[in-house]
Design a protein. Structure first.
Length: 365
């Protein structure tokens, strides 16, 4: 039996292939190692961003492949198929960061009832949030019937939650309006929902404004998460006197320049979160208004975790997760793909932005 992995050319993301490798057998494991059989994972623009920014943010380092190939990390579920670790038994199911491959060999450390960390040498310099695997059997938030929503939403909505917390901690930079680009993305929708959900208790009459492609305006409007929905070519129609904060999920150089030029000093803060428009990055670095600041969710989690404790942070997230997932479940259409060709097609469609925002892609390996 062979195992397989899906790889992309790190320098030409449209080049991809499935590679066949010898299967790792139980007898191949060294003391302390565990073999995971990858079951399923979500695939969204977030994964394309991992690839597009792979060199700068070290995303290629998680699951190395021979140059020029790279394995894109995905969030999903895997089962322990062989174990030489005394505390981890065969059959355990875990949730975490995985390669687009049928197998993953890990070296568990910091093993507890709830999780372990892969301490493999090539991963020690990477953020803890990405190296941790959670056992589904002891995860209080795990519900087997909602695995797809967990894979699709948990990593993204955690970021939405951390952004919401960051904005609230900064008193929304005294702005009257929060503008979200790639407003149709799941991470942006999550943030918009959270801002709206807590608006009355926070007592701040913030306007939540969506910037999106004209083809996605109707979908975004239909959800009712935003107060205003504007297409990228109509930024001029926004009131330039309104004190505003930009939260940028698109990473599109032209769109960001348009926002900065339109609001100038009335832009109170500019946050760079994503690069959904991964092939339209770049642009003028000397923009009017505040210098844009990168928001890295795992880094902010570590900072807030030290201040509040991880348990308190998770409880706060859980309070928003439940109503948000209830809402998303009403409109999201989960699309499962399996097999070499279907996975390559789903990858290329996501790369080209040919996936409808209401769709959630799950890949089975
Ligand atoms: N900084 C962090 O820690 C962090 C954490 C989580 C997510 N993020 C980032 O947030 C962004 C959104 O991720 P997601 O997974 O939530 O996205 P998603 O749900 O897959 O978003 C789909 C939307 O992104 C835009 N898009 C995607 N591919 C495109 C393409 N090739 N060309 C043009 N537009 C494209 C379109 O929105 P519009 O038409 O509305 O532009 C599309 O409707 C990603 O860049 C992700 O990396 C960052």
């Amino acid at each position: 039996m062979n195992s397989s992995r899906f790889v992309v050319d790190q320098n030409h993301l449209e080049q991809c292939e499935t590679q066949t490798l010898p299967t790792i057998e139980a007898a191949d494991l060294s003391e302390g190692e565990v073999l995971l059989k990858v079951d399923s994972a979500a695939f969204t623009a977030n994964n394309i961003t991992y690839a597009a920014l792979g060199k700068r943010f070290k995303y290629w380092d998680f699951f190395p492949a021979e140059a020029p190939w790279g394995q894109i990390p995905v969030w999903g579920f895997a089962d322990v198929s062989a174990s030489r670790h005394p505390e981890i038994s065969v059959g355990s199911r875990v949730y975490g960061y995985l390669p687009m491959a049928s197998q993953l060999l890990v070296l568990p450390g910091r093993v507890s009832q709830s999780s372990f960390v892969d301490t493999s040498a090539h991963r020690t310099h990477l953020a803890l949030a990405y190296n941790q695997y959670v056992f589904t059997a002891t995860d209080p938030a795990y519900q087997p019937q909602y695995e797809a929503l967990q894979m699709l939403l948990r990593p993204l909505l955690l970021t939405s939650f951390l952004l919401d917390d960051f904005l609230a901690e900064n008193a929304f930079f005294s702005a009257d309006q929060i503008i979200l680009t790639s407003a149709s993305s799941k991470t942006a929708l999550g943030l918009a929902f959270m801002l709206q959900h807590q608006r009355s208790q926070r007592g701040q009459p913030l306007t939540i404004t969506a910037l999106t492609s004209s083809s996605n305006c109707a979908f975004v409007e239909s959800l009712g998460y935003y107060d205003k929905v504007v297409s990228y070519d109509a930024i001029d129609s926004l009131d330039a006197n309104q004190l505003s904060v930009s939260v940028d999920f698109a990473g599109n150089g032209q769109v960001l320049a348009d926002i900065h030029q339109h609001f100038a000093d009335n832009l109170r803060f500019s946050s760079l979160v994503g690069a959904a428009h991964w092939d339209q990055r770049g642009g003028d670095k000397q923009l009017p208004g505040p210098a844009a600041e990168v928001f890295f969710a795992p880094g902010y989690w570590e900072t807030r975790g030290k201040e509040l404790g991880n348990a308190e942070l998770m409880q706060r997230f859980a309070r928003l997760w439940a109503p948000l997932v209830g809402s998303v479940a009403k409109w999201m259409k989960v699309n499962e793909v399996r097999g070499e060709q279907a996975i390559a097609k789903a990858y290329l469609d996501t790369l080209k932005g040919n996936i409808s925002p209401e769709q959630g892609t799950i890949m089975r390996f």
